[in-house]
Structure formats: structure tokens, C-alpha cells
Ligand binder design. Structure first.
Ligand SMILES: Nc1ncnc2c1ncn2[C@@H]1O[C@H](COP(=O)(O)OP(=O)(O)OP(=O)(O)O)[C@@H](O)[C@H]1O
Length: 325
């Protein structure tokens, strides 16, 4: 039996066990490739959870295991408190998923595509179908374009139509694999603001991305993957706070400023155009500023920049983010 106890379901709903929870989740493909290696992931209820990692780090393989599309080699995955893939039939109707782009009929209008999707759902009442489709189109801002053939849609519109298909029924969880991949900056902005809106209604959103700034802009929580392994997870603020920012000096006298910073014992001094940056010192910042001014350096700006998720990633892996998997 795959029916959880009432307490178990409640715990998952309350986020106690996480809307998604994996323990030691591992996938080794037949060719021997270890795509996901002992993953312990906990996605809190109500979060916008960014699943971050360079290409080939195992994100899609993880999502496919979570959605019951492939079997793990070992370990467990629970979604909405239930084991996957065993409970796929009960879990999946409560999950809206957009994996590897939506499958659309180009010769049908956006609205007719959604009508078809809805008709394929045996639990969907045909009498309320048109209302449901109209509401989903409205949700993603496609009402005006709903009569156009899907092949005439831009990539961003196609992506929005895919989201609309995931939103035909109320969902507890949305799983989006690289939802902004291939979109232009305007399309990316639209999808991101749509994700924020959906999350503000209480839906938990789990999205994968290889874009650090995307995760910082949209997500409350994140997990970082590299080469099939989980490097860290937590709230985005915590992740960045665990990393020290950089001291920066804006000045036309970069050479002299760099020299003074080194004399002051600062490490990792880097010069870039009109800026010199370094690791922040443990002592009073005002002392460093005083040393610069005393040496006659024209300081236009001085301070410590907040660490970004990118800094955290580099600090954790010792690598830049743009590494191929
Ligand atoms: N069906 C498969 N058979 C063998 N190896 C696979 C298969 N699917 C994925 N892999 C390998 O597993 C590793 C992880 O791939 P995966 O697609 O999960 O990464 P990803 O983080 O989603 O990357 P991307 O952003 O490029 O999709 C890669 O090295 C990939 O080549």
C-alpha cells in the first residue's frame, strides 16, 4: 500500500518533512554514468526553491526521479509526503510540471491546446472545462492571444501556455525545469514575475536553473548541485550570508590603492578599471580607509559589498560557476 497515515500527510503539508524530501537519492545510468549521487534534498512548503547547477550537474535526472519518470538506483524520494515513483498516481495530479518544454500542437490555437490538455485529464469535469481554460489563460496573461495558432507564438508565449496547462487544476507544487531557458530578457522577466505571483498564492515552486542571478531574483531557497552531488542548500539569504563579501575601493589611482591595500595586509587584491577589490580585513575598515587617504589616494567609493550567491558558489566549490559538467 502506498497510502500514508493522516499524520504523515499532515506533516508533509505543514512542511515538516518538506514538500519534496529525498534521502540518499542516487541514479547511475546503464552506461555507468553517476548522474545523481546520494542526494538529501528538503524543499520547505511555500518556498520558491531554486535547484541550481551547471549543465550536466544532475538537475534534470533528479527532477525525472521526483516525477516518477525514472527509477532511482538507490535512495528514496518523497513528494507531498508520499514515496515516488510508487505513489505517482496519487501525487502527480497535485503537481503541475513543466519539463523540457511544453508539448503543443502548432496547428491549434492556444485555447484549443488547453482544451485538449484538460480533456485528457479524467478527473476534469467537462462542464466546467471552458471556464477552467479561460481562467488559466488569464492567469498567464494569454487571453488576448488565445485564438492565435500556437506555432505563431513566441518562445515566451509557448512557455506561458505550458505554465497555463500546469495550472488548469489547483496545484500544491509546481516543478519547472529551466523555465526561462531560451527566452529573451523580456520573456525571462515575464516568466519570473509569473513565478513570483504563483508563489504568492501559496503554491510551492521548485525550479531548476543554471543561472545564479535568476535564483537570486526569484527564489527564497536554493540547493546547489555540482557533478551529481549536493553542495549546499538553505535559504538564499543564509547561503549568501555564509560567504564574506568583498571590500571595494573606487578610485582613479588603482595602482597606488592596490599597493596600499597590500601594505595593509589585505589578501586577494584585484584591480579592474576604476575599482580595486580585496578580501575584507578583520580589523576596523576605517583604518584601511585612513591609510588610503593618507597615501594621497583619491577615494570615490569605499565599502564592503554584500556577498552574492555566486560568491557563495565559488567559495564552496573553488570554481567559477560557468563550468561544464
Ligand atoms: N539517459 C541517460 N543515459 C546516460 N547518461 C545520462 C542520461 N541522462 C543524463 N545523463 C548524464 O547524466 C549527467 C547529468 O545530466 P542531467 O541532464 O541530469 O544534468 P542537468 O544538470 O539537468 O544538465 P542540463 O542543464 O544540461 O540539462 C550528465 O553527465 C548526462 O550526460
Amino acid at each position: 500500500m502506498d497510502e500514508p497515515s493522516a499524520a504523515e500527510t499532515e506533516e508533509a503539508d505543514a512542511g515538516g518533512g518538506g514538500i519534496i524530501a529525498t534521502r540518499g537519492l542516487t541514479k547511475r545510468f546503464r552506461g555507468g554514468q553517476l548522474a545523481v549521487d546520494g542526494l538529501d534534498l528538503t524543499v520547505p512548503a511555500g518556498s520558491v526553491f531554486g535547484f541550481l547547477g551547471p549543465n550536466g550537474s544532475g538537475k534534470t535526472t533528479t527532477i525525472r526521479m521526483l516525477m516518477g519518470l525514472i527509477e532511482p538506483t538507490s535512495g528514496t524520494a518523497r513528494v507531498l509526503g508520499r514515496p515516488m515513483p510508487r505513489s505517482a498516481r496519487t501525487v502527480l495530479p497535485q503537481v503541475g510540471a513543466l519539463i523540457e518544454g511544453p508539448a503543443l500542437y502548432g496547428f491549434l490555437s492556444g485555447r484549443d491546446n488547453l482544451l485538449r490538455y484538460d480533456a485528457a485529464d479524467p478527473t476534469a469535469d467537462p462542464r466546467t472545462r471552458r471556464t477552467r481554460v479561460a481562467a488559466a489563460l488569464d492567469r498567464v496573461g494569454l487571453t488576448a492571444a488565445s485564438g492565435k495558432k500556437a506555432k505563431a507564438y513566441s518562445l515566451g508565449m509557448k512557455q506561458r501556455l505550458g505554465l497555463a496547462s500546469a495550472l488548469l487544476q489547483p496545484r500544491k507544487l509546481l516543478v519547472l525545469d529551466e523555465p526561462t531557458n531560451g527566452l529573451d530578457p523580456q520573456g525571462m522577466r515575464e516568466i519570473r514575475s509569473l513565478i513570483r505571483e504563483l508563489a504568492s498564492d501559496g503554491t510551492t515552486v521548485f525550479l531548476s536553473s543554471h543561472l545564479l542571478d535568476e535564483i537570486e531574483q526569484v527564489c527564497t531557497h536554493a540547493a546547489v548541485m555540482a557533478q551529481g552531488r549536493l553542495i549546499t542548500q538553505g535559504s538564499v539569504t543564509e547561503l549568501a550570508a555564509g560567504t564574506r563579501g568583498r571590500l571595494f575601493v573606487t578610485t582613479p589611482d588603482t595602482g597606488d590603492a592596490a599597493r596600499v591595500l597590500k601594505e595593509q595586509g589585505l589578501a586577494d587584491v584585484v584591480v579592474a578599471e576604476e575599482r580595486v577589490t580585496a578580501e575584507p580585513p578583520d580589523r576596523e575598515l576605517a583604518e584601511v580607509n585612513k591609510a588610503l587617504v593618507t597615501a594621497g589616494i583619491r577615494v570615490r567609493g569605499f565599502g564592503v559589498e554584500r556577498a552574492s550567491l555566486e560568491d557563495a558558489f565559488v567559495a564552496l566549490t573553488g570554481e567559477g560557476f560557468d563550468v561544464a559538467g
